[in-house]
Design a protein. Structure first.
Length: 275
C-alpha cells in the first residue's frame, strides 16, 4: 500500500473478490493506497457447472491485500440477498470508516444450464449488480465527497453472442442489462459527483472462463452456428489477464478519470470492434 498512492485514504467495496478479476482488482486498488471491503459468496450455485470460489480463496485474497500494507474486511455474502450484502458492507464501513469506490464484479456463467441457468445468471449478474449499487449509495451520498462505481459487464454486454441455450441467453441479457443500470445510475448520481461506468472484457484467464466446461461450450457454439464463428480478438492475444481488467478499474476509479462517467469501456483486444 502506498501512503501517497492515487487512492490513499479511500475505501473500495468489491464483490466477487475471492479469486479471478475480483482478487486482482482488490490487490491493485490496495497497492494504489485503498483499503478494501471484500465480499464473495464462497459457495456453489447448482446451475453453475464449474467449481466456484471457496472460503480458502477469500482468505488468500485477504493475505494478498494485507501484503500490500492495506487493511481489508472480508465477508461471505450473496449478492442476490440485498439485506445480507448491506450487512456485509456496513460491517466494512464501520471498521474502515468510509466508502469511496464500488466495483460490482461478482458474476457467474451457467452456460447450457437451461431455465435454471437463466434465473440464476440474471439474479447474480444483473440483480446482484443492482443490489451492490443500492446498498452502497446511501453511504456515498451521505459522505458528500463523490466517488466512483464500476460495473463489470462483458463484451457480451455490447454484442449478441452466446448461442441459444437459456443460460447462455441469460448471460448476454444480464450483461446488456448492466449497461442500462450503469447509464441510469450515472445520471442519477451525477449531482452527487459519483461517477458510474462499465467495463466490458473479452475472455479473461479466470476460473470462470478457463475450465473444461466453458471451453466445451465455446466449441459447441462454433459448431452449431450456421455461419463461421470467429471468437477471436482483433489483437493477437487469445485471452487477457486479470491484471488487464484491474488496471482499467484502477484508472476509472482514480482522479485521472474524474470527468469520465456513463461510459461503456471495452477492455477486449478489439473483440467488439472486429464483429
Amino acid at each position: 500500500m502506498s501512503a501517497d498512492g492515487p487512492l490513499a485514504g479511500k475505501v473500495a467495496f468489491i464483490t466477487g473478490a475471492a479469486r479471478g478479476q475480483g482478487r486482482a482488482e482488490a490487490v491493485r486498488l490496495a497497492a494504489d493506497g485503498a483499503d478494501i471491503i471484500a465480499v464473495d459468496l464462497c459457495d456453489q450455485i447448482a446451475s453453475v457447472p464449474y467449481p466456484m470460489a471457496t472460503p480458502d480463496d477469500l482468505a488468500a485474497t485477504v493475505k494478498l491485500v494485507e501484503d500490500t500494507g492495506a487493511r481489508i474486511v472480508a465477508q461471505q455474502a450473496d449478492v442476490r440477498d440485498e439485506a445480507a450484502l448491506g450487512t456485509a458492507l456496513n460491517a466494512g464501513v464501520a471498521e474502515l470508516g468510509r466508502l469511496d469506490i464500488v466495483v460490482a464484479n461478482a458474476g457467474i456463467a451457467p452456460m447450457l444450464s437451461g431455465a435454471d441457468g437463466w434465473r440464476d445468471v440474471v439474479d447474480v449478474n444483473l440483480t446482484g449488480v443492482h443490489h451492490t449499487v443500492e446498498v452502497a449509495m446511501p453511504t456515498m451520498v451521505e459522505q458528500g465527497e463523490g466517488g466512483s462505481i464500476v460495473l463489470i459487464s462483458s463484451a457480451a454486454g455490447l454484442i449478441g453472442i452466446g448461442g441459444g441455450d437459456r443460460g447462455s441467453l441469460g448471460y448476454t441479457a444480464a450483461k446488456h442489462g448492466v449497461v442500462g443500470l450503469m447509464r441510469a445510475y450515472a445520471n442519477h448520481l451525477a449531482p452527487h459527483s459519483i461517477r458510474v461506468n462499465s467495463i466490458h472484457p473479452t475472455g479473461v484467464d479466470t476460473p470462470m472462463i478457463n475450465n473444461e466446461f466453458i471451453r466445451g461450450w465455446l466449441e459447441r457454439v462454433a459448431e452449431e452456428s450456421d455461419a463461421p464463428v470467429d471468437m477471436g480478438n482483433a489483437l493477437p492475444v487469445q485471452v487477457l489477464q486479470v491484471e488487464d481488467i484491474a488496471n482499467a478499474v484502477a484508472w476509472l476509479v482514480s482522479d485521472q478519470a474524474r470527468y469520465v462517467t456513463g461510459v461503456t469501456l471495452p477492455v477486449d483486444a478489439g473483440f467488439v470492434n472486429k464483429r
